[in-house]
Design a protein around this ligand. Sequence first.
Ligand SMILES: Cc1cc2nc3c(=O)[nH]c(=O)nc-3n(C[C@H](O)[C@H](O)[C@H](O)COP(=O)(O)OP(=O)(O)OC[C@H]3O[C@@H](n4cnc5c(N)ncnc54)[C@H](O)[C@@H]3O)c2cc1C
Ligand code: FES
Ligand code: FES
Length: 474
Amino acid sequence: MEVDCGNSKRTIASFDKTDCSISLTVNGKKYEILNADPNMYLNDFLRYHLHLTGTKRLCAEGGCGSCVVAVSKCDPSTNPEAIQAINSCMAPILSLDGYFIITVEALGSKKDGFHEIQKRFASNFASQCGYCTPGFVMNGFSVLASDSSGKTEKEIEDSFDGNICRCTGYRPILDAMKSFAKECNPIDIEDIRSLKSCHQMCTKPCNKTLINLPRSLGVSLWVKPSSILEALSVISRNEEKSVRFVAGNTAIGVYKNDGPFDLYIDLKNLSELNQILLAEKFIEFGASVTLTSMAKFFEQKSNLCSSFQALSDHIKKVANVPVRNVASWAGNLMMKHAHPHFPSDIFIIFETVEAKLNIIDVNGIISSLGMGEFLRCDMNMKVILSMTLPLSLPGEIIRTFKVMPRKQNSYAYVHAGFKADFDEECLVFQGNPTICFGGMGLKSVRVVEAEEFLDMKSLNSYATFQGIKCVLML
Ligand SMILES: Cc1cc2nc3c(=O)[nH]c(=O)nc-3n(C[C@H](O)[C@H](O)[C@H](O)COP(=O)(O)OP(=O)(O)OC[C@H]3O[C@@H](n4cnc5c(N)ncnc54)[C@H](O)[C@@H]3O)c2cc1C
Ligand code: FES
Ligand code: FES
């Protein structure tokens, strides 16, 4: 198979560094991997090529956390703050060029001595069959190691929304992890970060181990463009191929049967798609910004705008920590685009605040579309660049809701978002509010008739209540 990349035709026999050959570091040891298949995941590489079988695999859809490892784009010995937990079962190995991976083997073992997290799991009887334990330990390690200011008990509890244990029960597991909380008796953060593997003790660069993977002809190709223009050029020259953009690649955990794809285009690390711009009247998020980064940004700036805290709180109800660490908001919306019944929380909350999407086509033309228009737009040969949200007005109130089977890590039965601007007494609607529902029938709905009716109506008037009932029953 051949892919047209503009200047040169890349064929299966001539992969270069930007395609199917990468280098990464696992537990301090560097590997150069040649000819990796786009459908090979980090979990396969760890277990079947490096024989690091401490990392498990169960659901392969981001739901159980048994495959969690810690990753960092920067050397964790120089920048531990950048460590994050990810699900190795959904991370294509080719998306991890230049990454540092830490697995449970680096933390400790019977032979080299156990890590403090492992010791506290044992002393709290937090493991029975042990299948889920490496995932819990690595998630705990990532959460604690990435924040030198320490975590509260509540923050620790909330960060285990992506790990499932079928036999021990969560109380001893959470007891073990909460013993590291700020308000308990935490150990020095440097002790948390200390690993038994060589990576923090290396004094000279280690030699790379070369792994040349066997590859069969006819498999799909991976392209890593260096700019959005290059990505557009690749799609315009490969019109006949089925193309998949890759940001976090977590859609594979929800829709396993999408595909097959001839060509994967890696948008994850494109700097243009990872920017967050805060201007006087709006905020703009690049398409590859992850849900974790977005929620953190909204939380940190929550004093600037009344909608930010509500948006942050709702994003934290989407999926779970390791998924949100890599999942992009744009990938979520594209899932809603391809599968209209998908209960996208991201669609509901950004429709509520009337966000606009900036979408570029292969001719370089950028259109700005509302959420509803986006769902109706043909997205073939187009890329989402960014999303722009207006900053809410001082009197505006925003509330979003998610009714789900469990408190965490669950899709909505029903979700809703409301935005309204009120007078000073918070009684009379100033202009049309927005009212959005999802999970009621196949599609998400914006109740436009009710929105129009409510303009200048008073909240505490019986006539408003009667009127809105009539509008909704029409
Ligand atoms: C276990 C689990 C639980 C989940 N729970 C929830 C939940 O409760 N609520 C909810 O709303 N969602 C939920 N999700 C969905 C999750 O939010 C999405 O999987 C994620 O946001 C997709 O982002 P991604 O970066 O991984 O996309 P990818 O998997 O990389 O891509 C998904 C699609 O988007 C396209 N795409 C990506 N970037 C662009 C771009 N810039 N322009 C055009 N097309 C693009 C790709 O071609 C692909 O078709 C869950 C997912 C998992 C795995
Ligand atoms: S194997 Fe279950 S989340 Fe990866
Ligand atoms: S200890 Fe058995 S699944 Fe958790």
